[in-house]
Write a protein that binds this ligand. Structure first.
Ligand SMILES: *Cc1c(COP(=O)(O)O)cnc(C)c1O
Length: 418
């Protein structure tokens, strides 16, 4: 059974101060998980997690992660700006972008971020844009073909097979890119790949690591470049369904270590740092969307209308993704009612749950939609004139802090020309 990190009394008290819907994050859970990740890779002295900002672009969350030793992985100008304002600088920032506008490379350079190039043609584009290439630079690899390892259905929709994915360089292009970058003055190199999303397998990272370690050893041979780090990127998943088993991050860390010892050490590459860019794994379980049942409807099916909608959390409508729901205060009641739990958008895909067995829901009940801490608020939008909700932090001392206010109609109208 999935547990919420607040009980009904606490949540009712919070909802008295902040009207539903809102996002609530669990500081204690975020910190404990970040520490466990560091422990899993403690064998690698250079290890660093670069949290994927796009998963939860909220400054107070980024600052907590920074206190836990994390850097950030940015994909756009505004994410770079947010990272800078949160105090990240230099090698604490990874810039992994694709189809990158020139001015974003300029800003990344100003912040001293490590730039991760998505394509061979970006090498000269970068040189032309900056007048030089950075001393430390990274390249993204796409091995092509198919790769499946523990990927969920919607994970597959996010990434597709490498051979169909728009990201990264082919194997021969990597050699060319490293040679060209070296010629232009780069001294330290990184290698990056992202092959599968939301994986529920302790084998994903070790398998990816083995591929990248092998390629890194070859690139060192071929080009004489110094490989400083290998970036395993994101993709470690979380169990959205109560019957799924969570990844064991300690086992994952050990699996990567084994590959490191078998491939990199014999190649004389024992100084390579391991980087990760996890988003979902870092935040997913530690944030939820809180909403209230406001209508019930009995037609061909039983519907419960709630005050959140797909504009607050898009994943179910977009991918058919499962998000567990707890009816607060009824945790031990029998799940003997079959409901569609729906939002108010004029789109029939706006359903948080379809044919879900739940306890009897009464109007006014608080519902917690689980595992919304990553790619949740962040994918929100304003269709139907819906406004983005507030985000709240349940601090370690159990006090609640507003970390993003809810949008108002004025925010919505602010960009309009009348
Ligand atoms: C989205 C993304 C991530 C984070 O992915 P998760 O599945 O949330 O771990 C990391 N790196 C890059 C380049 C990304 O695009």
């Amino acid at each position: 059974m999935k547990k919420t990190f607040v009980n009904r009394e606490e949540l009712e008290a919070i909802a008295q101060r902040y009207p539903t819907p809102f996002y609530l994050y669990d500081e204690a859970g975020i910190r404990a998980n970040a520490r466990k990740l560091r422990q899993a890779f403690a064998w690698n002295p250079g290890f660093k997690e670069y949290f994927a900002v796009k998963a939860t672009p909220t400054p107070q969350i980024l600052k907590i992660l920074r206190e836990e030793g994390c850097g950030v992985d940015c994909s756009s100008r505004t994410e770079l700006m947010m990272a800078g304002r949160c105090g990240f600088s230099g090698s604490e920032i990874m810039f992994s972008s694709n189809e990158t506008p020139a001015e974003e490379f300029v800003l990344a350079q100003e912040l001293g971020a490590v730039i991760n190039l998505d394509d061979l043609t970006h090498v000269d584009f970068l040189r032309d844009t900056l007048g030089t290439v950075p001393k430390t630079v990274s390249c993204r690899f796409n091995p092509g073909g198919t790769f499946t390892l523990g990927e969920s259905k919607e994970g597959f929709q996010v990434m597709d097979n490498p051979g169909q994915a728009k990201y990264g360089m082919t194997r021969p292009q990597l050699t060319q890119a490293f040679r060209r970058l070296k010629e232009l003055g780069a001294e330290h190199f990184g290698l990056h790949a992202f092959l599968a999303s939301n994986t529920l397998s302790n084998e994903y990272y070790p398998a990816l690591a083995r591929i990248l370690f092998q390629v890194a050893a070859e690139l060192k041979e071929e080009t004489g470049c110094h490989i400083a780090f290998i970036n395993l990127s994101g993709g470690v998943g979380i169990p959205y369904r109560p019957d799924q088993e969570a990844n064991d991050i300690l086992a994952i860390g050990e699996g990567v270590r084994k590959a490191y010892e078998e491939v990199l050490l014999p190649a004389g590459m024992g100084d390579v740092a391991i980087f990760t860019e996890l988003g979902r794994f870092m935040l997913g379980p530690y944030g939820c969307l809180v909403t209230r049942a406001v209508h019930e409807k009995h037609i061909y099916k039983e519907y419960i209308g709630v005050d959140a909608c797909a504009a607050n959390l898009m994943r179910p409508a977009m991918y058919g993704a499962y998000h567990h729901i707890t009816v607060m205060g009824k945790e031990d009641a029998p799940c003997d009612h079959k409901y569609d739990v729906v939002g108010s958008l004029c789109e029939n895909s706006d359903k948080f749950a379809i044919d879900r067995m739940l306890p009897r829901i009464d109007m006014g009940d608080l519902l917690v939609i689980h595992d919304a801490g990553a790619h949740g608020f962040a994918m929100g939008y304003q269709y139907n004139g819906k406004l983005r909700s507030a985000e709240l932090l349940l601090q370690e001392d159990r006090q609640v802090r507003l970390i993003r206010r809810a949008e108002t109609p004025d925010d919505y109208f602010a960009t309009l020309v009348w």
